[in-house]
Write a protein that binds this ligand. Structure first.
Ligand code: NAG
Ligand code: NAG
Length: 404
């Protein structure tokens, strides 16, 4: 192939400066091998290209956001082929840019890519070529990339999936920050959440700069942060939260998020406030639920189910009635589930009956139960033993009152 002579005449990347990269690019352009093309535009690759292009000493008038590199090549051969000995890659350099995919597959190994990842990021490889590199690395590290490679991933991070990242161990804050930086504006929220999950799983703490960068991503990472870290996220993050972002959060996290959201949303109207605070109510205390009850917010049953049992238990029947409004009928379908079940156990059965919903399990008329937690345990036993008046079999637990 004639072009090979030209290519190998190019100085290697390590041995020359930026102007050589520029002239190499110019060579490719003049040969018509490298075309600025809108066709393959995808913003992520531009991010990878930019540092390389910026290293060139001449003006690229076509350097635009939609710039991408397109190398025409024959894509017919996909089956495994043996590497022709003279094509075996011993370094990541400009020559590889002109390799066809099958050649990269056959002639480049994962160890080389891992060792020279910085160079992978500096050369204008196509998405397809990067896809081959990712396959080679995945084969080489089936258990996940080692941290030594993760540190050098740079823009190659954008080629990875959240599932890849969930295999990692990440202990370096600098690495996290570098990968957040390359992910900015690249719609990699899932990858970023996975990265934060792995860093947090290793006990890593984020600093303010990292949290500020994180605030530019969709808050899918929120439930991976510790309660301490949640105490320092920017209010703008609280505003950006959608209900699904908090689904995985545990009570200690909700206890931190709720008061912060409550404070952040004070500048909006009541109805807008309720819409914003809804996803956070799993951290709300009883008195705040009472306030919502007074405002008759018509809470839906899906939200009611997220409330903490301890916060719901002290609510009176009238308070729950006002809180749920027309959604009160939903209690029947939830009577076996938390927090409805525990709440019912604390109500007088005749008061429950007055709701006309057919709720069962309240305190039998005429009895006062002294030890509520014991009664809850008993109710569990009653469920195991099947329907029946277990309570009446243990009269010593119950103190008879004067009938009303
Ligand atoms: C992550 O750490 C665990 C525990 O030290 C180890 O077993 C595992 O192989 C590590 N994974 C990677 C991809 O380094
Ligand atoms: C309330 O404050 C937040 C953050 O300061 C702001 O984004 C939002 O637009 C404000 N809303 C109103 C209705 O003032």
């Amino acid at each position: 192939m004639q072009i090979m002579g030209l290519q190998t005449a190019q100085p290697s990347l390590e041995s020359c400066g930026a102007s050589a990269h520029g002239s190499f690019l110019l060579l490719l352009l003049s040969l018509g091998w490298l075309l600025p093309s809108r066709a393959q535009a995808e913003d992520s690759r531009l991010g990878a290209m930019t540092p390389w292009l910026q290293g060139t000493s001449w003006d690229l008038s076509w350097q635009r956001p939609e710039l991408t590199v397109f190398l025409s090549r024959d894509r017919r051969d996909t089956e495994k082929k043996v590497c022709p000995p003279e094509r075996k890659a011993h370094a990541v350099d400009e020559n590889l840019v002109l390799y066809e995919e099958w050649e990269l597959e056959a002639c480049v190994d994962g160890a080389l890519l891992a060792a020279q990842m910085d160079l992978v990021n500096m050369l204008p490889f196509t998405y397809q070529q990067l896809g081959v590199f990712k396959r080679k690395l995945d084969e080489f590290y089936p258990q996940g990339y080692p941290e030594s490679l993760i540190q050098h991933l740079g823009y190659f991070f954008l080629e990875l999936t959240p599932a890849d990242i969930h295999k990692w161990n990440v202990t370096s804050l600098e690495t996290v920050k570098a990968l957040l930086q390359v992910s900015k504006g690249q719609k990699r929220d899932g990858q970023v959440a996975a990265l934060i999950a792995r860093y947090a799983a290793g006990g890593g703490q984020l600093d303010k700069a990292a949290l500020d960068t994180l605030a530019t991503f969709s808050p899918t990472y929120l439930c991976f942060l510790s309660p301490e870290q949640l105490g320092t996220v920017q209010p703008s993050v609280l505003w950006a939260v959608r209900p699904q972002h908090l689904e995985a959060c545990r009570p200690p996290q909700m206890h931190v998020l709720y008061p912060r959201a409550h404070a952040a949303f004070q500048n909006v109207s009541r109805s807008e406030y309720f819409a914003k605070i809804k996803p956070y109510l799993g951290g709300a205390p009883t008195e705040d639920l009472r306030a919502l009850s007074r405002q008759k917010v018509n809470m839906d049953m899906a939200t009611f189910k997220t409330l903490q049992t301890e916060a719901v238990l002290p609510l009176t029947i009238a308070e729950v009635q006002n809180l749920l409004g027309p959604n009160l009928v939903g209690l029947k379908a939830e009577e076996e589930n938390s927090p409805v079940r525990e709440w019912i156990l604390r109500q007088r059965q005749d008061d429950l009956d007055s709701l006309g919903l057919g709720l069962h399990g309240g305190i039998p008329n005429g009895y006062l139960v002294m030890d509520l937690s014991f009664r809850e345990a008993l109710s569990g036993a009653a469920r195991l033993l099947g329907p029946g008046p277990v309570l009446t079999a243990i009269p010593t637990l119950l103190l008879t009152l004067t009938p009303k």
